[in-house]
Design a protein around this ligand. Structure first.
Ligand code: FE2
Ligand code: FE2
Length: 338
């Protein structure tokens, strides 16, 4: 029998590492096995659990919601060639800002460790004790938050510290001032959208969907950062550090995979269940969730990009025009857009 019920202690348990994860003098989460392979933090049982819940869903012939970068139909701004072009011409601050803001947003993610999820068993007709949905408060949200922003007071860095380390490897410390991160990076609605659910359940389901799309966008960002930093045309005097930075980015990427996996399973489980509606009737989870999931994908894949792009281009244009040959460099930058 596959194990499908875990304690919070099991979900949070660490591997026995052969060596700890230390980079640029910083203590970081996770560790290494005796082969020197990086192991993500708190995954002694977490991966097995998520895979078991996923298999159980598949056994019930229930589909998984799509959660790949294929959903992201709008190009990243700037694209890889544009970013390399900027760095080659000494326009570095936007790249510094983007790495710093990524770290600041990861740091905010530690709030997930404190989220009190309502008990979904109260609104679901089927037994959820053997599902990801049934384990949100048994370690899934807490480990997720700790991975992003570290365990408070532990002195061990999570993803926030790892991104700052990436940035400092390629730029050196304190090269530019710390920028301000956007107030929100998720789709937020003031009015209710899932009227069958009590508000606290709607809030949580919307949070899971936003998180999953943010993780999907992060996956594309990893690819972007890796391609830029791997380019032999940039950070010419810090190629060794840039390679180390890419290694760190890929460790973060490895850690994120379990986030994508559990969120995808939990959302798909919700779709598959019978929900006890506030009006006393029952309704399928898919009927509640699918229209909102469509809107969520569209917001993260398209709206956020089209609404911010003009301002981003204008801000960058101003910076570029300040330097010698700025007009020409900006013209080339524009011609590199797909
Ligand atoms: Fe993260
Ligand atoms: Fe994550």
């Amino acid at each position: 029998m596959t194990k499908l019920i875990y304690t919070a202690e099991e979900i949070e348990a660490e591997h026995d590492y052969t060596s700890l994860h230390i980079e640029s003098g910083l203590k970081l989460h996770g560790g290494f096995d005796d082969q020197g392979q990086y192991i993500s933090p708190r995954t002694r049982h977490r991966w097995d659990a998520v895979k078991a819940w996923r298999e159980s869903l598949v056994r019930r012939h229930q589909p998984l919601v799509e959660a790949t970068t294929e959903l992201l139909t709008e190009e990243n701004f700037p694209n890889v060639s544009q970013q390399i072009h900027l760095l080659k011409h000494g326009i570095e601050q936007s790249f510094w800002d983007s790495l710093t803001i990524t770290g600041l947003i990861e740091s905010r993610g530690k709030a997930l460790a404190e989220v009190e999820a309502p008990d979904f068993q109260n609104i679901i007709a089927e037994d959820i004790s053997e599902t990801a949905l049934g384990h949100m408060s048994k370690g899934l949200l807490r480990t997720h938050g700790w991975d992003e922003g570290g365990v408070p007071g532990s002195g061990i860095g999570g993803h926030d510290v790892m991104w700052y380390a990436v940035r400092d490897l390629i730029f050196g410390k304190g090269k530019y001032p710390i920028p301000e991160a956007p107030a929100s990076i998720g789709r937020e609605k003031n009015e209710r959208e899932m009227l069958h659910l009590p508000p606290e359940y709607e809030m949580l389901i919307a949070l899971l969907m936003n998180l999953l799309m943010i993780e999907v966008r992060a996956e594309r960002a990893f690819d972007f950062y890796e391609k830029v930093m791997r380019s032999e045309e940039v950070f010419l005097d810090r190629r060794r550090e840039a390679e180390e930075a890419v290694t760190l980015v890929n460790r973060i990427r490895q850690d994120e995979a379990v986030h994508v996996a559990w969120l995808q399973v939990a959302i798909s489980e919700f779709r598959s269940f019978t929900i006890k509606s506030l009006d006393g009737s029952t309704i399928s989870g898919a009927e509640i969730l699918d229209p909102i999931w469509e809107k969520m994908i569209h917001w993260h894949a398209v709206e956020i990009h089209t609404t911010t792009r003009h301002a981003s281009i204008e801000a960058l244009k101003q910076k570029i025009l300040e330097i010698e040959n700025g007009a020409q460099i900006f013209g080339q930058f524009e011609s590199l857009a797909a």
